[in-house]
Design a binder for this molecule. Structure first.
Ligand SMILES: C[S@@+](CC[C@H](N)C(=O)[O-])C[C@H]1O[C@@H](n2cnc3c(N)ncnc32)[C@H](O)[C@@H]1O
Length: 420
């Protein structure tokens, strides 16, 4: 630790870790916890629900900090949405992968909806109504995760990490992983000299792909290629993706988001569409078909391998073009050339697109923008930025693509504010 950090820590006052306080739990907050107060101190408490009274044990924080973190270690008064966590590894100090195993699925979705509303109100100053919907086919929120990274401990056992910790908790199951991930044998195998193992349970091949890291010499670390099948109504598309490249982890998510993006964009033949953060072409393939004849799709993606796969996935279409570039750089160049677009879809990483990208995107003048977002805070920031450039939020929906966790996928539609 640097001398500056040691000094700052000393100035912050004594550690509160291990203190136990009885608190009344307030609203849920972004990050998988609820907010409580103890003698004026803000406490972010995990493993609890709004309206509960719990004993909270501090896990991080010092006297004088603006907030401390804690786990609910005893539930004195339970909220109606509380259930027995189905997973034996869920709970204080155990696996950090799931945040809401102690809540019924309906309650989890209500919590996520409250977080989305709160983020939009606080960050974008917008009052939004949103119901978090289950991904079609998901009945109990378990056995959905097709891609899992297991950490490996010094004894070579695969496991998962506790919340905000580099420790490794060896596990013999994971209830949100697909049966295929478990059947791969990853948890029954010893992994000497390995730091982690990625398991990818794609549609093709039938057997999950296991990629230990560090990868053996001579390997490019991608884990090779896998195949995924996506549906939009009667339409079916086959996609080649890098095993360790980006792909939606819930088996119903890619089809659901594609269908929603297509419906929300209102695509017409002849439209010129930009697909930003396009990955391996999940949206570009379908959009390329729908804008024909006369229309055009430009996929922009920063990962060279994803662009190669996207190019392969759309090679039967002569109206889809790819740019392997950072979205901000590509948009700056397009705007500089005076290019315009009829429609835009963007699906950035958790950090969001940022002010510059939203300003440049507005300069393309699309009649509609569909924004797929895995972080409601980043989405709210970007919607606010778009508002400054003449666009307004036309609709917002949210999908429970990550049951048992705090994560939620939102799809927002932006339109020129002077549209009507
Ligand atoms: C959430 S994924 C979406 C991919 C695709 N739309 C899909 O659903 O499969 C985000 C993608 O953005 C890419 N990316 C991240 N930052 C980028 C940037 N600054 N410029 C271009 N691409 C970026 C990542 O490589 C990743 O493929």
């Amino acid at each position: 630790m640097s001398a500056r950090r040691t000094r700052e820590r000393a100035e912050r006052g004594p550690s509160l870790v291990g203190e136990e306080w009885t608190v009344d739990v307030g609203p849920v907050a972004h990050g998988g916890h609820c907010v409580a107060r103890h003698e004026g101190q803000v406490v972010f408490v995990r493993h609890t629900l709004p309206g509960e009274r719990v004993v909270a044990r501090v896990t991080e924080g010092r006297v004088g900090d603006s907030f401390v973190r804690a786990d609910a270690v005893e539930i004195l008064e339970a909220a109606p949405g509380r259930v027995e966590a189905p997973c034996p590894y869920a709970g204080p100090g155990l696996c950090g992968g799931c945040d809401f195993q102690h809540a019924s699925l309906d309650t989890q979705r209500a919590l996520k909806g409250a977080v989305v509303r709160e983020q939009f109100a606080r960050i974008a100053g917008l009052d939004v109504e949103v119901d978090v919907r289950p991904v079609p086919g998901d009945t109990d929120g378990l056995r959905w995760r097709t891609r899992v990274e297991f950490a490996v401990d010094d004894a070579g056992r695969a496991g998962l990490r506790p919340h905000r910790s580099r420790d490794i908790l060896p596990v013999d199951t994971c209830l949100i992983a697909t049966q295929g991930v478990l059947d791969s044998g990853v948890l029954d195998t010893e992994w000497p000299d390995v730091e982690s193992v990625d398991v990818i349970d794609a549609a093709h091949p039938d057997e999950p792909v296991l990629v230990p890291l560090p990868t053996p010499e001579g390997s490019d670390g991608s884990g090779g290629l896998v195949g995924e099948l996506v549906r939009d109504g009667d339409w079916e598309g086959e996609y080649v993706v890098a095993a360790r490249g980006f792909w939606q982890v819930h088996p119903g998510a890619a089809s659901t988001f594609l269908s929603r993006v297509v419906a929300l964009l209102g695509v017409r033949p002849g439209d010129r569409v930009v697909d930003l953060y396009a990955g391996s072409g999940l949206f570009a393939m379908r959009l390329g078909e729908l804008v024909a004849p006369g229309g055009f799709v430009l996929g922009v993606e920063g990962d060279r391998r994803a662009v190669d796969n996207g190019t392969h996935n759309t090679e039967h279409l002569d109206n889809v073009e790819w740019r392997a570039n950072r979205v901000d750089r590509e948009l700056r160049s397009l705007v500089g050339q005076g290019v315009t677009a009829d429609l835009a879809v963007l699906d950035p990483p958790r950090t969001g697109a940022g002010k510059d990208v939203m300003a440049l995107l507005a300069s393309l003048g699309p009649r509609r923008v569909v924004y797929v977002a895995c972080d409601p805070a980043a989405l709210a920031r970007d919607v606010k930025a778009a508002t400054a450039h003449g666009y307004s939020l036309a609709s917002l929906e949210a999908w429970d693509a990550f049951p048992m966790t705090q994560h939620v996928e939102c799809i927002a539609v932006l339109e020129p504010a002077d549209r009507d």
